[in-house]
Structure formats: structure tokens, C-alpha cells
Design a protein around this ligand. Sequence first.
Ligand code: HEC
Length: 186
Amino acid sequence: MTARAALLPLALVATLAVGLLPASGQVGFEFMPDGGRGLLAQLFGGEQASLAELATQTHGEAEWRGYLGGLGADLTETEIETLAGYLSVNLPIDDTALEAAKTGGDLMSAFPADGKELAVANCQFCHSIFSGYLMQDRDAQGWRNTFASPFHREIQMTERQRETFALYSFTNTPLEYEDVPPELRF
Ligand code: HEC
């Protein structure tokens, strides 16, 4: 069986509806590239059955990349890498969260915050997000290391959130100076 066949059934691919839902970016941060959850919402947000099926899968990053690359969806290489990283860290979704989301009628709510959401929520209160985050050029290990600094110990993020954040950040930062709104460049 090929890696792709081992993942989702083809019926799911046929249901792909791109761009139906707005990205999950927080207000004012639309300029940042979407994280995994935002991309997932664009790809499958309107497809509850597809999301339910996806949520129970477990695969490594390379396997997800192969699968996403084969979808024929309108995703850039960077987006594929971002979503593959997110899915490899955060799936499978645990049963309790999945059941709660099904009951609430919105399966997207079962998927945890992505790297962009975590950065916006956690990295701009003690210093600017511009210099401390958006302009930083680090590999994934470099981003994991930020949490080892004494002044970062109090950041309340789980191991899984840190890994989600590290993979997103490695793939999507630094941004170009001009891409950041002037009011945030401090
Ligand atoms: C509790 C306060 C606090 C929060 C929240 C915080 N930082 Fe920091 N950060 C600091 C302090 C203090 C320094 C050191 C002094 C400085 O450079 O302003 C620092 C420095 C940095 C530096 C430069 C020094 C280094 O470690 O290389 C980076 C990069 C950085 N922070 C990234 C982040 C990221 C990414 C987040 C979100 C995950 C974050 N910070 C959230 C307090 C914080």
C-alpha cells in the first residue's frame, strides 16, 4: 500500500472545498502566514465527516507532507510543511475533545491552537512580538531553546504546544520587514 493510500480514503479528497471559511488568524495578525489549524479550516472546515476521519489518524510529518502534496489542493510548499508539522504533532485528537466537538456541531473546535495562534497569544506581553518573534531567524531547535531561558520559564505552554509552535515558527519566520504593519514594528 502506498503512503497515500494508507491515509485517507479517496472519497475525502473529492470533498475538498478550498477557501470556504476564513482563516483562524487573530484580528490584526492577518499578515502572518496561517498556521495548521487555519489551513485545515480552509481545506476541510465545511466537511464535518472529513474532519472526524482526519482527527483519528496518526502519521509522521513526512507522511503527511506526501499526503497533502498529493491532494492537488491550492497549497504552497510552505503551507504543506506547516500543516504537515501541525498534524504530526497534534493528531490523533483525544476522544473526549472529539466527542465534545461533535456534540457542539463544530469539529474544528476539537483541533488545538496552531503555531500562529500560540505565538500571538504568548509572545507579545513582555516584549514586542516584532523583535522577539517575527524578525527572529531560528531553526526548530532554536525555537525550542527559547523555552529554556530563565525569563521564559513562566510561559504556560504544554510540551505539545511548544513543539507545534517550534515547527510553525521554523517554517514561517522570519517575516519580511515590509510585511509587518508599521504599528507593530517596534
Ligand atoms: C514572561 C515574560 C515573557 C514572555 C511571555 C515572553 N518573553 Fe521572550 N523574553 C522575555 C525577557 C525578560 C527577555 C530578555 C530581555 C529582552 O531581551 O527583552 C526575553 C527575550 C526573548 C528573546 C531574545 C533572547 C533569547 O532568548 O534568544 C527571544 C527570541 C524571545 N524572548 C522570544 C519569545 C517568544 C517566542 C515568546 C513566546 C513563546 C516570548 N519570548 C514570550 C520575557 C518574555
